[in-house]
Design a protein around this ligand. Structure first.
Ligand code: ADP
Ligand code: ZN
Ligand code: ZN
Length: 752
């Protein structure tokens, strides 16, 4: 017989990259992996997750503290999910405690009880909160209950109350009768709408794709659904989900941050005869806990969520779908830098189930995997109904004069749409009025004081045209300089700080300037601008989209916020104002991103009965990226872009990790990276990886901090990870590391 375990390995939310051992409470049941415990940690008490129990600890027994209390009688995180989290911690080289914390809703991280969803909670009413302290002094039990509930604004369940106040029921009934207590029963799921939306008759290609997904049931298999915009990918998802849910199983649907619109959720709820839970960053803590509980108890058949929903426990999970799988928002850019798509694929492997990636413009990595036969490729080559792909024309800016960024052929096309009472969309991935403020006498450019960047000129004209009122823009007062990197704001100088001239002008175009130019060119047109600035207020994006759908807008101007997900049946013209922003950049992914954006935005033009037209303004009409867009052949782009990646040995032909450091002191970050580089060269493992020289980041100073980076590349994942494991241990011990903030980004998406 093996010895009884005496210690538990606990993941504790701490930046230290390891777990901690604690003594078990003698006489208590041995805590299961995936349950939470309260433990003393330094001078605090923290909530940790049990990773496992052991009979031995590396630390001497008298050095070990004891667990204070077990919080759960059963695991909150099932075994496969624990395995996934441990894997993610190792793969992304991020502390296990912080990884575990990512998987738990905030309220559970704080140690609140994981009450079953639908359980009653007792909450103080306003009247009870206003009671003077000694109001209940003649009934100590009632007084005690009010006291306890004051500390728990979200209320407590019967089970929790019983733990803290003995014989509480009678007192509680009396408080309730006096109107001092409200009993709530949490309703986490939105009302069922099933039957409100009717499924269309699927096309043969859709049927085939749906059948292929279902045929993969019960085993690990990656499928890539490559479907041009408007080809009906969502219908394929819904078909597959219906079947899985009908069998009593669960489906996880991951969508990009801006893809999770109320319209999408309504579409899913309206079609599926099953409860849907939604998870995104806009939920408050108790809504999030609620949705999580519905998923964990399988009361929700479908979970739709953004990035972090990939860690939701779902006991009957049978299918994972990742919509717009190429979207950059699946990668977390700070802290625990995981990629939700890659984690989802690992999860599907561990749980032995199919995972479907869908996109009109898949990441080159995914396309490559499909070409290599690792993913099963499903394709929807045509738009549904009679819809023709839009005609794409390139407008050569070398030969065309522009009126505030808009060339004559584009102006003509806009005029045509106005006459025909159709809608147009102008796409420009640059918000603000002008990206630079310049002195025309001495060439001074307004800089950000804290970044190596220029300030953007903003002129919020939203007060006038957008509301459709007759008010004039309040020019001087609403003008501002703003840094798009650190958020700093500065007033517009009246004269040039360098030479004193008053000859200051905004150079180049942002969405605000285009909006103003359009108002001048087409005084009768109703213009709607959609970008981060114009949609800051809650509900304003929805209101703008409503106006577009209701036909209360003629021209939309906007950034990538407009590029996907929206279906505007009366929109027949898409103009791309400056397609060159992503070409020839330092980041090897910038061209891929540009093509993805342009294909998505072009996909907004034309639906069934109205053919669409796309006009792209560029200085480089011969760039092959545009040819692929004009031919509606993303795979054509994929072929030559992948060939380029192979020549340059970039992903997917190499595996990367980026070590970043930053400090308010000019040279500290580079000094640390040089030391890191030195350590690496002394390692055996360094022979199989390729280390670049440490260098300042492309924008070295941001928000007052100097930044530098070191890129590591390897031919195989294994080589990279063998190296990183040894190297990271050395970096933890490197003294220069204490003077900077540093982090490792495995499979980086942003290269600076
Ligand atoms: P995607 O997700 O590929 O952009 P959607 O599934 O949103 O495409 O479909 C685009 C439009 O075509 C939607 O309005 C949808 O209702 C419609 N649609 C999809 N499939 C069909 C079909 N088989 N028959 C008719 N309309 C369809
Ligand atoms: Zn000047
Ligand atoms: Zn700045």
């Amino acid at each position: 017989m093996s010895a009884a375990p005496r210690f538990a390995r606990i993941a504790i939310p701490s930046p230290l990259p390891r777990h901690f051992d604690y003594r078990l409470i003698a006489g208590d049941p041995v805590p299961a992996p995936g349950t939470r415990v309260r433990v003393p940690f330094g001078r605090q008490e923290l909530v940790g997750v049990v990773l496992g129990v052991t009979t031995q600890s590396d630390l001497p027994r008298d050095k070990l503290k004891s667990i204070r209390r077990s919080l759960d009688s059963e695991p909150l995180l099932p075994a496969t999910l624990m395995e996934l989290l441990v894997w993610a911690s190792a793969y992304y080289h991020h502390p296990i405690g912080e990884v575990m914390a990512t998987a738990l809703p905030v309220m559970l991280r704080r140690g609140l009880p994981a009450t079953a969803a639908g359980e009653k909670r007792y909450v103080l009413t306003e009247a009870a909160r206003r009671l003077p302290p000694d109001a209940l002094k003649r009934s100590p039990l009632q007084q005690r209950l009010v006291q306890v509930l004051r500390e728990h604004a979200e209320g407590l369940s019967a089970a929790r109350l019983a733990e803290v106040v003995k014989n509480w029921r009678d007192a509680m009934n009396r408080l309730t009768a006096r109107g001092l207590i409200r009993i709530t029963e949490e309703q986490c799921l939105p009302p069922r709408l099933a039957g409100q939306h009717i499924a269309p008759q699927l096309t043969a290609a859709q049927e085939q794709a749906g059948a292929a997904i279902l045929a993969a049931s019960g085993k690990f298999q990656c499928l890539l659904l490559l479907g041009v915009t408007g080809s009906g990918k969502t219908e394929v998802y819904l078909r597959a989900i219906e079947e899985v849910v009908a069998r009593g199983d669960q489906v996880l649907v991951l969508v990009p941050e801006i893809g999770l619109t109320p319209q999408l959720v309504t579409r899913f709820e309206g079609r599926l005869n099953a409860p849907v839970a939604v998870m995104h960053s806009g939920l408050n803590d108790s809504e999030r806990l609620c949705a999580w509980q519905m998923a964990r108890t399988a009361q929700a058949a479908v979970v739709i969520g953004t990035r972090s929903a990939v860690f939701t426990p779902m006991p009957k999970l049978a299918l994972v779908i990742i919509d717009e799988e190429h979207d950059a928002s699946f990668k977390q850019q700070d802290g625990f830098r995981y990629h939700a798509r890659d984690v989802a694929i690992k999860r599907a492997r561990l749980e032995n189930l199919p995972v479907l990636l869908g996109s009109a413009t898949p990441a080159l990595e995914s396309l490559h995997n499909a070409q290599q036969g690792r993913y099963q490729l499903l394709s929807l080559p045509e738009r549904t109904g009679a819809a023709q792909p839009p005609r794409v024309t390139l407008l050569d800016l070398k030969r065309l004069k522009r009126n505030e960024g808009i060339s004559p052929p584009l102006i003509e096309a806009l005029q045509e749409r106005l006459t025909r009472k159709e809608q147009s969309l102008l796409f420009l991935n640059r918000r603000g009025f002008a990206p630079v403020l310049m002195c025309h006498d001495c060439g001074w450019l307004a800089p950000c004081k804290r970044c190596d960047a220029r300030l953007t000129l903003h002129r919020d004209v939203r007060v006038s045209r957008e509301a459709g009122s007759r008010e004039r823009p309040i020019h001087q007062r609403s003008r501002k300089l703003r840094c798009h990197h650190c958020g700093a704001e500065a007033p517009l100088p009246v004269t040039c700080p360098a030479c004193g001239s008053g000859n200051l002008h905004g150079i180049g175009e942002g969405t605000e300037r285009i909006e103003t130019a359009l108002a001048r060119l087409f005084p009768q047109a109703r213009i709607v601008r959609i970008d981060r600035d114009s949609t800051r207020r809650k509900g304003s994006l929805e209101e703008k989209l409503r106006r577009v759908h209701a036909g209360e807008a003629d021209i939309l101007v906007g950034t990538q916020m407009l590029a996907k997900g929206h279906d505007f049946p009366n929109l027949t013209l898409v103009g791309v104002l400056n397609a060159d922003q992503g070409l020839y950049s330092a980041d090897f992914r910038s061209e891929e991103r540009l093509v993805q954006q342009l294909v998505q935005v072009a996909g907004r033009a034309g639906r069934a009965d109205k053919p669409g037209e796309v006009l792209i303004q560029t200085h480089h009409p011969d760039n092959p990226a545009f040819a692929a867009i004009a031919h509606h052949d993303y795979r054509e782009f994929g072929r030559y872009a992948l060939a380029e990646r192979q020549t340059a040995q970039y992903p997917p032909f190499a595996h990367l990790a980026l070590l970043r450091a930053e400090s308010p002191k000019p040279d500290a970050a580079l000094a640390f990276l040089r030391a890191a580089h030195g350590h690496a060269q002394n390692l055996m493992e360094a022979e199989v990886v390729h280390l670049m020289d440490p260098m300042p980041s492309p924008m070295e100073r941001r928000a007052g901090r100097y930044r530098a980076q070191l890129l590591v590349a390897a031919g195989t994942r294994k080589a990279l990870h063998d190296f990183l494991s040894v190297w990271m241990a050395q970096l933890e011990a490197e003294k220069l590391g204490h003077r900077v903030r540093w982090s490792l980004d495995v499979d980086p998406v942003e290269m600076y």
